[in-house]
Each structure stands twice: as structure tokens, then as C-alpha cells.
Design a protein around this ligand. Structure first.
Ligand SMILES: Nc1ncnc2c1ncn2[C@@H]1O[C@H](COP(=O)(O)OP(=O)(O)O)[C@@H](O)[C@H]1O
Ligand SMILES: CC(=O)N[C@@H](CCC(=O)OP(=O)(O)O)C(=O)O
Length: 263
């Protein structure tokens, strides 16, 4: 069995489901007995709630939140503060040893602004793995928010699926993107178990995969191609072990699937 790290990304809506969160951390504790685990998290719903409470506008373009620089104290506070610490607290209560981090810590992920139309939103690429490897060697659980910085120190908001993709590349790990859906669903809401680049392109053209799921499948495909292994998209209610054994969820493959396996 592989001993490579398992990089698990959870969407921020997990915080609103305490039972699923408790189940996930129990599952992480189990996997951690055989493989190092890295947790990367989003927090979109927490950001939405804060923006509403502050009466600030919040829009998305292509699934990415438009982030004026003056909103970064709030968005950074929600993601690197509230959500990160809430997840670290849950990890502690499951007898894990969390280390709360953001993408800029240890210079582990290099970020640069994506496009002016998004404001302080960045794209990311792998940086220095030393800090993460050192934490993993001590059987601790890195819990990483998707706040990064460019080389001038400007804080940037990175989509958390894209952040997880880069962290998986940084440590050469297996990537699991966990969300509030079973996986990628077809037009009839049936689970698609295996997808490649061509089938994804068809699902995009037909408007079946949209919004946050499109960002997620794009990140999964990029990671699958870079890591030369499939990436899973699954529910955070599923067991991690079942996902690793391909018993549930959707797998995004780096290579073209034979025609017979195409949905
Ligand atoms: N084909 C699809 N299959 C599943 N979910 C889809 C699909 N197309 C769009 N979605 C939407 O994408 C959402 C998951 O993306 P997102 O909300 O960004 O998740 P997360 O916050 O966990 O990263 C689903 O809840 C669903 O509303
Ligand atoms: C640029 C961008 O869109 N950043 C995201 C970061 C959090 C995230 O991705 O959270 P989920 O995984 O819960 O969706 C945002 O501000 O919502």
C-alpha cells in the first residue's frame, strides 16, 4: 500500500455539519496510523455570512470570489482565522495534533495575482516543502487555509480546490476533494464514477458541470496530470478508506479512458 501523504480538501460548508465533521476527523485519525495526512480547507459559506453581516457585496466570476483588497482583512480573518481554528479545535478533540497554517507559511506555496478583474485573487504554484515535511515527520496534522501572498507581501485569496491541488503536488500525495455532494453528477443527478479530460469537456459544453464543481474538476484534472494518478471527488460523509479504495466518489483520470468506460 502507498505511504505517500493523503491530501484531503474540505469545503467550508462542512462546519455546518458537526456529525460529518466528527466522522471525517475520526476517519483521518484512522488513516494517519498508516499514512501522513494534510488537511486543506475552504470556507466559502463563512465568508458569505461575514460579508452579509458587514453589508459588503460579494460576487463570483467563473466560481471565483471577486476580492477587493479592502475585503482581505475580513476574508483572511474568516478563512485563516475562524474556519482554520474551528477545524484545528475539532482535530484536537479527536486526539489529533493539528498545526494551523496558510499557504504563505514556510513559503510553501508561491502565489501571484490572477487577473485584475478578480481583485486580490491569486493563482498558486508549489514552493518549498520543508515546513510541511517536517510537520508530517512528527505525525502532526497540517490544517491549511487558502490564504496566500505574492512576493510583495500582498495577501491573496486562493480558491481552496486550487490550493489543495498545489499542496498535493508539493508533497507528491494522493488528492481527495471532499464536498457536500457524492461526486460529479450527470444531468440526471446520477454519480459519474470515472472521468477523463474529454468527458469533462463534454460535461462543460452541455452545462452539466458548472460553478464551484467546474473549478473543482479543473483543479482535479490539473493535479491528476501533474501527479500522474487519479484524483477523487467525493462526499465528506464517505469513509476516507472507501474513497482511497475507489469504492465511492468520482475519479478524475490523467489518461484517456477506453471508450467503453466513458459515461
Ligand atoms: N455536475 C455537478 N455535479 C455535482 N455538483 C455540481 C455539478 N455542477 C455544479 N455543481 C455544484 O457544485 C457544488 C460543489 O462545489 P462547491 O460548492 O464549490 O463545493 P465546495 O465548497 O465543497 O468546494 C455542488 O454543491 C453543486 O451545487
Ligand atoms: C478565490 C476564491 O473563490 N476563494 C474562495 C476561498 C474559499 C473556498 O474556496 O471555499 P470553499 O472550498 O468552501 O468553496 C472564497 O473566497 O470563497
Amino acid at each position: 500500500m502507498s505511504r505517500a501523504p493523503v491530501v484531503i480538501k474540505v469545503g467550508g460548508a462542512l462546519l455546518e455539519h458537526p456529525e460529518a465533521m466528527a466522522h471525517l476527523f475520526a476517519s483521518i485519525a484512522h488513516i494517519q496510523t498508516t499514512r501522513p495526512v494534510v488537511l486543506v480547507h475552504g470556507g466559502g459559506p463563512s465568508v458569505e455570512q461575514l460579508m452579509q453581516a458587514l453589508n459588503l457585496p460579494s460576487t463570483k466570476i467563473d466560481g471565483l470570489r471577486v476580492t477587493p483588497d479592502e475585503h482581505m482583512p475580513y476574508i483572511g480573518g474568516a478563512l485563516a482565522g475562524h474556519v482554520n481554528k474551528a477545524l484545528c479545535g475539532q482535530a484536537l478533540s479527536n486526539k489529533l495534533t493539528p498545526v494551523g497554517l496558510s499557504l504563505l507559511d514556510g513559503n510553501m506555496v508561491h502565489c501571484a495575482p490572477l487577473d485584475a478583474k478578480y481583485g486580490a485573487v491569486g493563482r498558486a504554484q508549489p514552493g518549498e516543502p520543508g515546513l510541511l515535511l517536517s510537520i508530517l515527520s512528527q505525525t502532526m496534522l497540517p490544517v491549511i487555509s487558502s490564504i496566500g501572498a505574492d512576493d510583495t507581501g500582498r495577501l491573496l485569496n486562493i480558491n481552496a480546490d486550487q490550493a489543495a491541488m498545489v499542496i498535493a503536488q508539493l508533497v507528491g500525495g494522493d488528492l481527495l476533494l471532499l464536498s457536500n455532494v457524492e461526486g460529479v453528477l450527470d444531468a440526471d443527478k446520477m454519480l459519474l464514477t470515472d472521468l477523463d479530460e474529454q468527458t469533462l469537456a463534454t460535461l462543460y459544453d452541455n452545462g452539466v458541470v458548472t460553478d464551484g464543481m467546474r473549478v473543482k474538476t479543473d483543479a482535479a484534472l490539473t493535479a491528476a496530470l501533474a501527479l500522474k494518478r487519479p484524483v477523487s471527488i467525493a462526499s465528506w460523509s464517505a469513509s476516507i478508506s472507501a474513497i482511497l479504495h475507489h469504492e465511492t466518489g468520482t475519479r478524475i483520470h490523467p489518461n484517456a479512458l477506453p471508450n467503453g468506460e466513458r459515461p
